[in-house]
Design a protein around this ligand. Structure first.
Ligand SMILES: Nc1ncnc2c1ncn2[C@@H]1O[C@H](COP(=O)(O)OP(=O)(O)OP(=O)(O)O)[C@@H](O)[C@H]1O
Ligand SMILES: [Mg+2]
Length: 168
């Protein structure tokens, strides 16, 4: 795994980073999103989906556990984005019994929040996106736009693709 650290000073910076990562991702990639409640995992996914041309609502898969998006045909060969939030997965084997394994496809990019809830059932990720709050205390009016620390962990196979993230 190759590790990179970035400071995202506000939500716009998160959006630019999601865009930059969208430019490096290819069909078949599996992305784990890690971080506390409210760290920005779903927000990051929303900007990523937008960067790939998703125009409709991108909502948190909190209750459904999965939301899927068909991507417009564009320069990439990615046909779908599947976004999981496994927070409410009762146990890892439910990943299989719910049929979720079938969403892993060479035509799709799969984003997974709370992957640890399916420990042992998931493939090794291409990329791990870790988001964390920077400030221990954030005042209410800063909640909607505050800094995040980002750690990217890229698999050895994919490391070359993510070396040169263009952030502007
Ligand atoms: N720099 C930032 N990057 C991302 N989100 C930010 C940033 N600054 C503020 N926010 C806000 O923080 C919130 C992040 O919520 P989000 O639902 O994305 O978190 P989450 O990690 O998916 O949480 P959960 O584990 O509950 O699913 C959003 O309201 C977003 O607008
Ligand atoms: Mg979320």
């Amino acid at each position: 795994m190759h590790e990179q650290h970035h400071l995202l000073k506000n939500e716009a910076a998160t959006a630019r980073m999601a865009q930059a990562i969208a430019n490096c991702v290819i069909a078949g990639d599996v992305v784990f999103l890690e971080g506390d409640l409210g760290a920005g995992k779903t927000t990051f996914t929303r900007y990523f989906a937008r960067a790939l041309g998703v125009t409709g609502r991108v909502k948190s898969p909190t209750y459904a556990l999965i939301e899927s998006y068909e991507l417009p045909s564009n320069a990439t060969k990615i046909q779908q984005l599947h976004h999981f939030d496994l927070y409410r997965l009762a146990e890892p084997r439910e990943w299989f019994s719910a049929g979720f394994d079938e969403y892993l496809s060479t035509a799709a990019v799969v984003f997974i929040e709370w992957a640890e809830k399916a420990a042992g059932a998931l493939p090794a990720p291409t990329l791990v996106v870790q988001l964390s709050h920077v400030d221990e205390f954030v005042s209410d009016d800063e909640l909607n736009d505050s800094p995040r620390q980002l750690t990217l962990k890229v698999s050895d196979e994919a490391a070359g693709r993510f070396l040169d993230l263009h952030l502007d």
